[in-house]
Design a binder for this molecule. Structure first.
Ligand SMILES: NC(=O)c1ccc[n+]([C@@H]2O[C@H](COP(=O)([O-])OP(=O)(O)OC[C@H]3O[C@@H](n4cnc5c(N)ncnc54)[C@H](OP(=O)(O)O)[C@@H]3O)[C@@H](O)[C@H]2O)c1
Length: 249
């Protein structure tokens, strides 16, 4: 299989790359930090995979379009859109500059890369597009307005794309993880309910991809808690959010 993974220099992307690194697979890994990406590539090669690394910033949309065009020269079996960032949680108003950065990285970059790739998948009549969204997209907290909004936009994009591409043999898979140990979450200074190890999180993501689950939130206990709160009358929901609102450690 030829598998493209963005944000493969650390965290979920790195462990997904290692998870898919086997002799039958050709991996294309993209991120900005060249050294870290090369370390991942070396480990993947040792496991028998063929490797290509691309050092690039997903915020450079022209570069993403060019890379997408280049990647589409050969068949693509799976592309995992994983690169993403979060901004620090503070109680104050989110600066516009953070909003802009989050929407560029977590949302807009995705279509810049996919636009030239989708016609190739349509021509192949096969392929998988995997989006790494977040449970945070389902409920926006006062401290994660920009992050939740960017991931909810991603869900909407993925939903529409699935209706468009599924009839043509292309699977669109949206994964919504809760908290998983990674560089991103190690920065958090609040309690993270149901925090999973990187290995446990990545195993679940790989399971969802194998099963071609169109929408895969996990851990389920956390997902159902969010769904339950969302069904409550608004005044109750307001109280719970005010109470929970991620207590500082
Ligand atoms: N960990 C969690 O609890 C959790 C929960 C839900 C969803 N997610 C999502 O999972 C994805 C992976 O996050 P993670 O937890 O594994 O965090 P991470 O360890 O910080 O990894 C983020 C990856 O994205 C890459 N990246 C970030 N900005 C980029 C840019 N502008 N251009 C290219 N690559 C960029 C980083 O590489 P470089 O810095 O080398 O560019 C890194 O490889 C994100 O989309 C995140 O929102 C994570």
């Amino acid at each position: 299989m030829r598998i493209v993974i963005t944000g493969a220099s650390s965290g979920l992307g790195k462990h997904l790359a290692l998870g898919y690194a086997s002799s039958g697979n050709e991996l294309v890994l993209l991120a900005r930090r060249e050294e870290k990406l090369e370390e991942v590539a070396v480990q993947c090669r040792l496991q028998g995979a063929k490797l290509e690394t691309i050092v690039s910033d997903v915020n450079d949309f022209d570069a993403m379009y060019a890379i997408g065009t280049q990647l589409a020269q050969k068949p693509i079996d799976r592309i995992i859109l994983n690169a993403g960032i979060s901004v620090g949680h503070s109680g104050g108003v989110t600066p516009f500059v953070d909003f802009h950065r989050l929407f560029k990285t977590n949302f807009l970059s995705v279509h810049a890369l996919l636009e030239p790739i989708i016609p190739k998948l349509l021509e192949q009549k096969s392929g998988e597009i995997v989006f790494i969204s977040s449970l945070a997209s389902l409920m926006s907290m006062p401290t994660s307005v920009a992050y939740s909004s960017s991931k909810r936009a991603l869900n909407a994009y993925a939903e529409g794309l699935r209706y468009q591409l599924h009839p043509h043999g292309i699977d669109v898979i949206t994964i919504l993880p809760g908290f998983i140990d990674s560089e991103m979450t190690q920065k958090n200074r609040f309690k993270m309910p149901f925090l999973l190890t990187t290995d446990a999180g990545v195993k679940r993501i790989m399971h969802a991809i194998t099963k071609k689950k169109p929408f895969y939130p996990f851990p389920l206990r956390f997902y159902w808690m969010i769904r339950f709160v969302a069904l409550m009358p608004r005044f109750l929901r307001d109280r719970i959010v005010a109470l929970v609102n991620f207590k500082k450690l």
